[in-house]
Design a protein around this ligand. Sequence first.
Ligand code: SAH
Ligand code: F3S
Length: 441
Amino acid sequence: MTKKLFIKTHGCQMNEYDSAKMFDLLQEKENFEMAESEDQADLLILNTCSIREKAQEKVFHQIGRWRKIKDKKPDLKIAIGGCVASQEGDKIIKRAPAVDIVFGPQTLHKLPELYNEKDKTNINQVDISFPKLEKFDHFPVQGTGEPSAFVSIIEGCNKYCSFCVVPKTRGHEVSRTIEDILNEVSALADKGTREIHLLGQNVNNFKGTYKGEKSSLAKLIELTSKIENIERIRYTTSHPHEFKDDLVEVYDRVPELVSHVHLPVQSGSDRILELMRRRYNVEKYLDLVERIRTVRPSMSFSSDFIVGFPGETKEDFMGTMDLINEVKFDESFSFIYSPRPNTTASDMPDDVTQEEKKDRLNILQNRLNQLSFGYSRKKVGSSQSCLVYGQSRRDPGQLQARTICNRIVNFPSNDVDLIGQIINIQINEALPNCLRGNIQN
Ligand code: SAH
Ligand code: F3S
């Protein structure tokens, strides 16, 4: 009998990638199918995020809801993976005994084994070790033909920004080899994928080998662009400190590389950047933006911002606002600083009230929204080359596409054959979160 699986994913794109791989593995090795709802499942997996305190709290609320399903269905198994699992290990089972399996971001390939062991012995299973790149040897290369697909190229992070838990939860940086990555890209392209989104916490420090020699992200991008049917390439996330010259130059040579980059700056105050241990200052960041814009003038930049880092003064915050006005960022993410366990920033004195932090976040987000809406409005009346991603979730009479600068565009069409194609769309309306248009003949 086929067993049913339900996966809930919190957090970043790396987690989305990992969750897709969990499904591929369990389908291939244990014959699992995706359940339509949680109460039909034989195995419930929560892929967790611990980047901020709120994300972490969500885990135990979710387990509480799943426990009620398990009360009625005692054979049901609950597995917790991702960064909270990595951080808390067997403490999760101590606090929530309904949980059967705990695994980390680097041990998800062991899920079929952990599941079977629990099934046979009824002993809870915990494995949050860091066996480097082992997991990639176990992933079935499948691909479902989706127009855009994630491909992980580097795991972990060595940067130890003072506020961040990722180096602890995902381990140290390890790059896959270029050959291994290109195999995955080719398999995806054969199935119909047109856009590759290269993933890592810090892709700029990619050091995978090519023909046995240490290589770079720039080289990987060039080789990826040569694979037949790959028409677009994106990458996330880029650390400004390691954005090397060869990567800037690649924008000149590789038209498949999209005209948008996510380049998290975090703050516009040199003092705070130093305390964050980000290894660049405002001047260096602005110089990098300038160099990229010189090579590709249409480039759009998005960023992450942390507001209310310990001891952030009004002047520090105004520095961030000045930087926003100077770069004119497009669609960005911003967060109130959240102290994380075992990070150096969590011991720093902080005299800024939560009220003040919320006010600053509001001011910053209003400005970011204004800028982003401004970019959208400027697109009205233009024709944009767009990759069609699929049907709009809200309205099946509409298809959804993405511009080369990363904007979502909805347009009326029932022609599902357009999915996976690059077409020209005439933009005629800008809404706060997307554009609307019509196919151009
Ligand atoms: N690798 C990425 C960041 C991963 S975390 C990079 O190089 O920037 C995604 C974002 O979450 C970060 O850019 C940061 O803005 C935010 N973040 C990380 N830790 C945080 C914390 N303790 N409090 C608030 N926001 C945080
Ligand atoms: Fe975190 Fe800094 Fe790495 S934000 S993921 S430690 S680059």
